[in-house]
Design a binder for this molecule. Structure first.
Ligand code: CP
Ligand code: NVA
Length: 317
């Protein structure tokens, strides 16, 4: 990673594809510095007096806590706004909510359902908007994932990432956008009916052609994992899809990430999972609690990757 100079052009981060290779690189570099500073007790108070509003329409452990602690470490403040408690949950419009909150806070992090909801916030807010997860995208998680891969492997370019599980979901979508930008090869393996959104896959493939990477889809998990440097999975039933759980388990069982499957990866592969995980479903304990797993470093990195984002979007750069 050599690019250190870049003109930051983003006001918001709604999806990974909003970022350039330079911007992603800069964020990872900044996050690594902030992690070192935090561990050394060196303060980085870039957002003194600033407030981040955090609207949650879905549950969260990592996103909520890492953003809130991140704002504290940056010298600012974070407000947890559950949609159950604010007037949004009683039918106040997204447009009015976005306009009103923009008069109080310096940035808004939103976790919601359809991606069009966050786009509507974005159209109506006058402060930076950060996607804290939609059904289709999870860019903050991918930033932390890429930071983790960089820490463990020293590069992203040219590595092989295998994603096994629900392809029609936020994590594989955001990972493939990011892999294409960073020149990392990615193969997604999912059962029939759970393929990634065609529009995202197509765009990622086109982008990958420019960066020398290959983004591929297969129904065969062994094919995806063969020769992988990084093996990734996620829950079979994402938030909001609970009604489909019994049906999904039937389709996803052959896609479990277990020792038999990871045997096909490179000897020094690393295992990533955004968490929360369901041991015995998408991943076995032998893998997630085994020596290749870096899931807790990955979770820790949410804090530092997001501080880099907050500084860029809300700081006086
Ligand atoms: N990985 C992740 O976003 O976790 P939470 O749902 O706990 O925020
Ligand atoms: N795909 C999962 C990610 C949770 C962080 C979900 O949307 O529930």
């Amino acid at each position: 990673m050599t690019e250190t100079e870049s003109k930051w052009h983003q006001k918001n981060i709604l999806q990974v594809a909003d970022l350039t290779e330079k911007e992603l690189t800069l964020l990872i570099e900044e996050a690594i510095v902030m992690k070192e500073q935090t561990k050394a007790g060196i303060p980085h108070l870039y957002l003194q007096g600033k407030t981040l509003g955090m609207i949650f329409e879905k549950s969260s452990t990592r996103t909520r806590v890492s953003f809130e602690v991140g704002m504290t470490q940056l010298g600012g403040h974070a407000l947890f706004l559950s949609s159950k408690d604010i007037q949004l949950g009683r039918g106040e419009s997204i447009a009015d909510t976005a306009k009103v909150l923009s008069r109080y806070v310096d940035g808004l992090m939103i976790r919601t359902f359809g991606h069009e909801i966050i786009e509507e916030f974005d159209e109506n807010a006058t402060v930076p908007i950060i996607n804290g997860l939609t059904n289709e995208h999870h860019p903050m998680q991918v930033l932390a994932d890429f930071m983790t891969i960089y820490e463990k492997k020293g590069t992203l370019k040219g590595l092989n990432l295998a994603y096994v599980g629900d392809g029609n979901n936020n994590m594989p979508h955001s990972l493939m956008e990011g892999a294409a930008i960073m020149g990392m090869n990615m193969t997604i393996a999912s059962p029939k009916g759970y393929e990634p959104l065609e529009v995202i896959l197509k765009k990622a493939k086109i982008k990958a052609e420019q960066t020398g990477a290959a983004i591929q889809f297969t129904y065969d998990p062994v094919e995806a994992v063969t020769n992988a440097d990084i093996v990734v999975t996620d829950v079979w039933t994402s938030m909001g899809m609970e009604a489909e759980e019994t049906e999904r388990v039937k389709h996803f069982l052959p896609y479990q990430v277990n020792a038999k499957l990871t045997h096909h990866a490179k000897e020094d592969f690393i295992f990533l999972h955004c968490l929360p995980a369901h041991r015995g479903e998408e991943v076995t304990s032998e893998v997630i609690d085994g020596s290749h797993s870096v899931v807790f470093d990955e979770a820790e990195n949410r804090l530092h990757a997001q501080k880099a984002v907050l500084k860029k979007l809300m700081g006086d750069n």
